[in-house]
Ligand binder design. Structure first.
Ligand SMILES: [Zn+2]
Length: 256
């Protein structure tokens, strides 16, 4: 009788482990009334970002623009970024030369990475914009040692997550940790679908969560890789407005 009982309990625990492995534990996620959305854009597509801003200002949207190759920008592009900052958006860091951190530290030290990719970027950015406090890893490429070093420079570190799992198995929600994962909404991503984006937004709102997204080039019509349609961004903004949700920037997460 005892053996049967043990077998029963064992089977129950196996079912429990299988059911909950890979699921985000909602109780561990940061609760934010009605839900919030962080939209981030990577690289240096200033003209496209300005175009998105003029289309979306009516929603009073806020985004974080994660900038790389600052040293190669034109004066017009710098002025454009200053304008975005004046509108309440964040200009965040994305590396001086867009080096892949993990590849780089295979043959260099992490201190070398800071000296060549991070510190000159901070110095340059702080001359043009508010002090930079958020950093998005190029290619989402990171490890724990890099995080530890970069947390001496930044309050928020952003990596990426690219899978088509249902919302309850995604890790693109804010947990309270200042290392965050963003889900890609460029149309060329294999994991991306409008249906899943809508599910993620609903899940965010229903469970009072904060969803973190990333994209590159806003466009009216998709023609190449790494583009997001303005209509997709407009859908997100509409959803946020209709459900009394909030736009947050990466730097706002640093204060939560
Ligand atoms: Zn990038």
């Amino acid at each position: 009788m005892q053996t049967i009982m043990y077998k029963f309990l064992f089977s129950i625990s196996i079912v429990f482990v299988i059911t909950f492995a890979g699921c985000n534990n909602k109780a561990d996620l940061y609760k934010y009334e009605n839900g919030g959305v962080v939209i981030t854009f990577d690289d240096h597509y200033v003209q496209k970002w300005l175009m998105a801003d003029s289309a979306l200002q009516k929603y009073n949207w806020k985004a974080s623009f994660c900038l790389t190759l600052h040293n190669r920008l034109t004066d017009d592009q710098i002025q454009g970024l200053k304008y975005l900052e004046l509108q309440g958006h964040e200009i965040a860091g994305h590396g001086l030369q867009h080096l892949n951190a993990i590849e780089y530290i295979k043959t260099n030290s992490i201190d070398n990475y800071l000296q060549s990719e991070v510190d000159p970027m901070i110095e340059l950015m702080n001359k043009s914009f508010h002090n930079v406090t958020s950093f998005a890893y190029p290619n989402g490429s990171r490890n724990k040692d890099l995080d530890n070093k970069l947390f001496t420079r930044f309050k928020i570190l952003r990596s990426t997550t690219n899978n088509s799992n249902p919302p309850e198995e995604q890790d693109c929600f804010f947990t309270g940790s200042h290392l965050v994962m963003a889900w890609g909404i460029d149309q060329s991503y294999e994991h991306y679908s409008k249906e899943l984006l809508i599910q993620l937004l609903n899940y965010t709102h229903e469970n009072n969560l904060i969803l973190i997204l990333y994209a590159h080039r806003p466009t009216k019509e998709i023609s190449i890789k790494y583009q997001v349609e303005i209509s997709t961004l407009e859908y997100i903004c509409n959803f946020v407005e209709e459900n009394n949700m909030k736009f947050l920037r990466l730097k706002d997460l640093g204060n939560l």
